[in-house]
Ligand binder design. Structure first.
Ligand code: BDR
Ligand code: CA
Length: 318
C-alpha cells in the first residue's frame, strides 16, 4: 500500500505500557500527522490487566479519554508469559502517581478490532505500530489472512542483532516473549521497519532532556519526567551509562520524520526452535543467504533530533 495524499496517517498502536510505550503513545496522540484509530493492549512488560489499565491511564493523562482502547491477548501464542517488572516496576508504569482510569474499554477484542479496521480501511491501508510482543498482530493475521494487503506497513520496536539481547544473551524482550508471533509477522509478506536494540541503544536519554520535560510544568511533562527517571535507572546500572535508551518512541519518531533514521533492507528470521537462542532475530545484513529482504533494519539515528522531536510533541500538552 502506498499513501495517496497528505492527510493524517492512520495507525494502530499495539502496546504493553511500559514507560517507553507511554512516551510513544503520548507523542503519537499529540501529532496531527498521525490518526491513532485505536490502541490495543497486549500482555508483555506486565500482565494484560495492567497494560490495559496503563494504556487508559495514559489516554486520560493526555486528556483524550475518548481514544478507543481495546483489550488483547493475555498470553503468547505458544509459550508462557514472561514479564519485566524488574525494569518497569510492579505496575509497569512506576514513577508518577496517576489516578486510576475511568474511561471505557471497547467491547470488541483487540484482535477483532485490528481485523475489522484493516478490512474497512481506505486505499492507503493502516500502519501497525507494535511496541510490545507481537501476539495481537500475529493472531489477527492467523484469524483473518485477508488483512495482510490492507496493512500499509508494520513499524515495530523489537529484535537485536549487532547489540545482543536484553532478556537473554541473544534475544530482545518483545520478540523473546512471543517468538512464534514474531515468526508469523516476519513471514507475512507485509513490509516491516524494525527498530531494534541496534538503534535504540544509540539514542540515550540525557539528564538535560529529562529536566526539560520536568520544566514543561504540565501534568504530562511532570509525569513523563518521573516515568523516565524511574525507568532509566535499570539500564544505567546495567550498562554503566549516564542515560538509558527510550526504545518504543523511535517507532513514532520514524513515522513523523524518517530522515532521522537510516538502515538496510535485510532478510530477517526469528529463532523458534533453539531454547538457548529463542527469539533471536537473525539479520542477513551482508546478504549472504540471497533471501529476499523482508524488513528494513534500522541501525542509525540522529539522537539529538529524536529527543528534540519528542520534546516538541510532549510540549503540546497544556
Ligand atoms: C522493549 O521491551 C520493553 O520492556 C520495552 O517497553 C520495549 O518495548 C525493549 O526491549
Ligand atoms: Ca513496549
Amino acid at each position: 500500500m502506498t499513501p495517496s495524499d497528505s492527510s493524517p496517517r492512520p495507525i494502530i498502536i499495539d502496546t504493553d505500557p511500559g514507560q517507553d510505550d507511554a512516551i510513544a503513545i503520548l507523542a503519537a496522540l499529540a501529532s496531527p500527522e498521525l490518526d491513532v484509530v485505536g490502541i490495543t493492549a497486549v500482555a508483555g512488560n506486565v500482565p494484560l490487566a495492567l497494560t490495559l489499565r496503563n494504556t487508559r491511564m495514559l489516554c486520560e493523562l493526555a486528556d483524550l479519554p475518548e481514544t478507543p482502547v481495546y483489550s488483547g491477548c493475555s498470553r503468547p501464542m505458544v509459550r508462557n508469559l514472561v514479564t519485566a517488572e524488574h525494569v518497569h516496576g510492579k505496575t509497569g508504569l512506576d514513577g508518577p502517581e496517576l489516578p486510576e482510569p475511568t474511561m471505557a474499554v471497547q467491547e470488541q477484542h483487540a484482535v477483532d478490532f485490528i481485523i475489522t479496521s484493516l478490512l474497512a480501511a481506505g486505499p492507503d491501508g493502516i500502519t501497525l505500530c507494535p511496541v510490545g510482543p507481537l501476539t495481537n498482530i500475529a493472531m489477527a493475521m492467523v484469524k483473518q489472512p485477508a488483512i495482510v494487503p490492507h496493512i500499509r506497513e508494520i513499524v515495530l520496536m523489537g529484535g537485536a542483532y549487532w547489540e545482543g539481547g536484553n532478556i537473554t544473551p541473544t534475544a530482545e524482550f518483545n520478540i523473546y516473549v512471543d517468538p512464534h508471533a514474531a515468526h508469523v509477522v516476519f513471514t507475512s509478506g507485509v513490509p516491516i521497519v524494525a527498530h531494534s536494540l541496534d538503534v535504540t541503544h544509540r539514542a540515550l536519554m540525557t539528564k538535560e532532556w529529562i529536566a526539560a520535560l520536568a520544566d514543561l510544568g504540565t501534568p504530562v511533562g511532570t509525569a513523563c519526567a518521573e516515568m523516565v527517571t524511574f525507568y532509566e535507572r535499570f539500564d544505567e546500572e546495567k550498562y554503566g551509562t549516564l542515560g538509558g535508551p527510550l526504545h518504543d518512541p523511535n517507532v513514532i519518531a520514524y513515522l513523523l520524520d524518517p530522515t532521522l533514521y537510516d538502515g538496510k533492507d535485510c532478510a530477517v528470521e526469528v529463532e523458534i526452535a533453539s531454547e538457548k537462542t529463542m527469539g533471536q532475530t537473525s539479520v542477513d545484513w551482508w546478504g549472504v543467504t540471497k533471501d529476499e529482504p523482508n524488513c528494513r533494519w534500522i541501525r542509525e539515528v540522529d539522537a539529538e533530533g529524536f529527543y528534540a522531536l519528542l520534546l516538541d510533541r510532549l510540549s503540546r500538552y497544556k
